[in-house]
Design a protein around this ligand. Structure first.
Ligand SMILES: Cc1cc2nc3c(=O)[nH]c(=O)nc-3n(C[C@H](O)[C@H](O)[C@H](O)COP(=O)(O)O)c2cc1C
Length: 333
């Protein structure tokens, strides 16, 4: 059976990829993911804020010492300390690409097209095969329009693309007025791949402490639905690779995403719950299902349930929406 797939030009032996998480934070855990069969790994994100903070600390030190170059040099040990975050990131890339044979994708997370994006060149020089650009921007200003927000995404992508020649995928959340058009715009602006979707970790309220509390819930199978919908709608309409992300808890979700048209399927929550060895179970479940259903390759099954066969998707979705609401039978009333 041919399980191979391609993602942004990378030839992978199968489509199951470990997405950015604490499990890809050290060489040891990346090795475990490789040993248990991950086709590729995405490193945790380096954040715009971390890079800007280091750049500001460096500028501050240089300005403070501008009167005397010799004196300025005294600041360098401290400057080294301030640089550690991005240095450590480059060291992680370096150790991962020499320590494992699977492709290592770096991840940058930011919201503005400022000087930090130049760090992408260091990532490329360190040997990452691709960059995943996680743009996580929450438009809280009621005066900011959707068009401005979309433009911001495009500008961040363009800046990173102009800094590197390795492929760049954009990871976004589904919360746009017109996600299909936003994704098309990103591809037109040069995205080699799209990661659909990021999860939005909304904070909760602690009603005893009257405080806002950050919460991180691991995903459930139902969380595949937005990705499943948009991937099945877009997989034959965009000229870029598609990575499915969110909600993979078993091989069933991997299969669904591939049927929708994803090139690779990423997973984090399942691996955090069950350990890196769970990759082998996901792979086994996928191959067992393909055998049973008579699919000889990933290529043969990929996209077979995409929406391209529906003449009028919009009408179909409206009908589906009405039918779903109508079919619910309440226990009371
Ligand atoms: C603890 C934790 C840390 C994460 N760190 C990152 C990160 O650094 N960068 C990123 O793009 N996504 C990060 N994610 C998001 C995952 O890569 C993934 O997109 C998300 O968990 C949805 O996939 P899942 O349903 O398989 O968990 C993180 C998720 C978790 C649970």
């Amino acid at each position: 059976m041919n399980m191979s797939t391609r993602y942004m030009g990378l030839a992978l032996p199968h489509p199951i990829v470990a997405s950015a998480s604490p499990l890809t934070r050290t060489l040891d855990s990346i090795r475990q993911l490789e040993d248990h069969g991950a086709a590729a790994v995405v490193l945790p994100s380096l954040f715009e804020e971390q890079i800007l903070q280091e750049q500001a600390a460096y500028r501050h030190l240089m300005e403070a010492g501008a009167e005397s170059f010799a004196e300025a040099l005294n600041y360098f040990p401290e400057s080294d300390a301030a640089d550690r975050c991005s240095d450590r990131y480059l060291e992680l890339i370096d150790s991962a690409i020499t320590g494992v044979d699977i492709p290592v994708i770096a991840s940058l997370n930011g919201v503005s097209a400022a000087g930090w994006v130049e760090f992408a060149t260091n990532i490329e020089a360190a040997g990452a095969v691709a960059i995943e650009l996680n743009i996580f921007y929450i438009a809280t200003d009621p005066n900011e329009t959707g068009t401005t927000v979309e433009q911001r995404y495009i500008e961040v992508l363009r800046s990173v693309k102009s800094a590197v020649s390795i492929p760049v995928a954009v990871k976004i959340a589904p919360f746009f007025s017109a996600p299909a058009n936003m994704i098309r715009q990103l591809v037109d602006a040069g995205a080699d791949g799209v990661v659909l979707f990021n999860r939005f970790y909304q904070p909760d309220f602690d009603i005893e402490k009257l405080a806002v509390s950050p919460v991180l819930d691991l995903s459930r199978p139902v969380d595949i639905r937005p990705g499943l919908f948009w991937i099945s709608l877009l997989s034959d309409q965009i000229d870029a690779s598609i990575a499915a992300s969110s909600g993979v808890n078993s091989s069933a979700e991997v299969i669904k995403y591939l049927l929708a048209g994803a090139d690779v399927v990423m997973t984090t929550s399942a691996l955090l719950r069950l350990g890196p060895e769970y990759i082998a179970s996901l792979h086994e479940g996928l191959t067992e299902w393909m055998q049973r259903m008579g699919f000889a390759s990933i290529e043969a099954m990929r996209g077979t349930m995409s929406r391209k066969n529906l003449p009028d998707v919009e009408a179909f979705e409206r009908t589906n929406y009405i039918e779903v609401l109508d079919s619910y039978r309440p226990r009371w009333g």
